[in-house]
Design a protein around this ligand. Sequence first.
Ligand code: NAD
Ligand code: MG
Length: 401
Amino acid sequence: MLRQGPAGALGIVVLGATGSIGASTLDVLARHPQRYRVEALTAHDSAESLLALCRRHGARRAVLSGMAEEATLRARFAEAGCELLFGSEALAQVAAAAEADAVMAAIVGAAGLQATLAAARAGKRVLLANKEALVMAGPLFMRAVREARAELLPIDSEHNAVFQCLPRGGTGVTLEGVRRIQLTASGGPFRQTPVERLAHVTPDEACAHPNWVMGRKISVDSATMMNKGLEVIEAHWLFGVPAERIGVVIHPQSVVHSLVEYADGSVIAQLSHPDMRIPIAHALGFPQRIESGARPLDLCALGLLSFEQPDGARFPCLALAYAAQRAGGTAPAVLNAANEVAVAAFLAGRLRFTAIAPVIEESLARVAARAARSLEDVLEADLQARRVAGALVAQRSEQAA
Ligand code: NAD
Ligand code: MG
């Protein structure tokens, strides 16, 4: 349990503060100034947005991970009372610093792995939004959490819901009497789009999520349902449940965030408006409940909640994720890296939406899965998969030209 120290408020580090999860986190923190202080905020290269956030939230330190040292910028941050660091190594430095009590891991993609791992190794309370880190390096990450006695709390709404629905025992959740976990998925913006139109959908259409406003990468992942595939792997590592006992159900309203089914047939679910401030407030305050700013759920106004099976032909990425999880070792890291490359190419207008899954499938076939014993094994597989997927994307754009 995260206790408030005698010196007062808890120091919070937000990795990826300029993103969508970063904004929701800062919104919750600002509601509890007695309880939390902003220790450090990071961004990749959006210096002006980061400076504005540091001013508004009184951050003590800041990191621009994608920029080289710049004296004038450093001076401008210093004027705002904030020490500015440059380069990606500084991410791990602020994540593991003694002044950090909890670290919100909200960098998108593989780029967040090392800093998130550093927070775990330093025994912090890790609020995990950056699911890609766990997908890539599940066993290593979970070992670091155990060895350093870090506290891992899921921010992904489904996993936060499962965490809330699982039985408690000892120091955390247990699987006593649990038969199955069901992750819900909205089905994204193309749930009902005629399949033959999918080859022509644009990045903006893919990012227009019906229920959530999120960064562009996860929005595309939601449209392909790779997001749910990554979440199955994430749930496997977080809760120690085999992937065969983790199901996916489409629920277009995004009100039931996930369900846990018990041996006696009981099913426990967590419901709320789709508002990321709710899981963020839950994980920050745990085991206490704190105000999130979200409006109350009015079931009568909602009227109807519906559920359906995911369509495997429309969403081939889901099966690819289950296959990578079964293959084990470095296969999930390959899946993740190939997906990042394919999604970036789609967002840049260099790859069709319907080519995302084939690029990932082919990358998985070409990069043999190996044991993931160390961080180096994982990073090597990530790099190799990026090369292979990059070449596959280039081939396809030549063919299209
Ligand atoms: P986003 O694109 O809005 O923000 C990403 C943040 O990461 C930004 O602050 C950016 O500066 C930083 N960043 C980007 N590239 C970086 C790099 N190479 N090195 C260091 N920092 C970098 O993304 P988001 O939607 O906030 O998602 C963040 C993470 O949370 C993702 O892993 C996503 O899957 C997960 N998540 C998001 C939501 C959501 O509602 N947005 C929900 C569940 C999980
Ligand atoms: Mg989610």
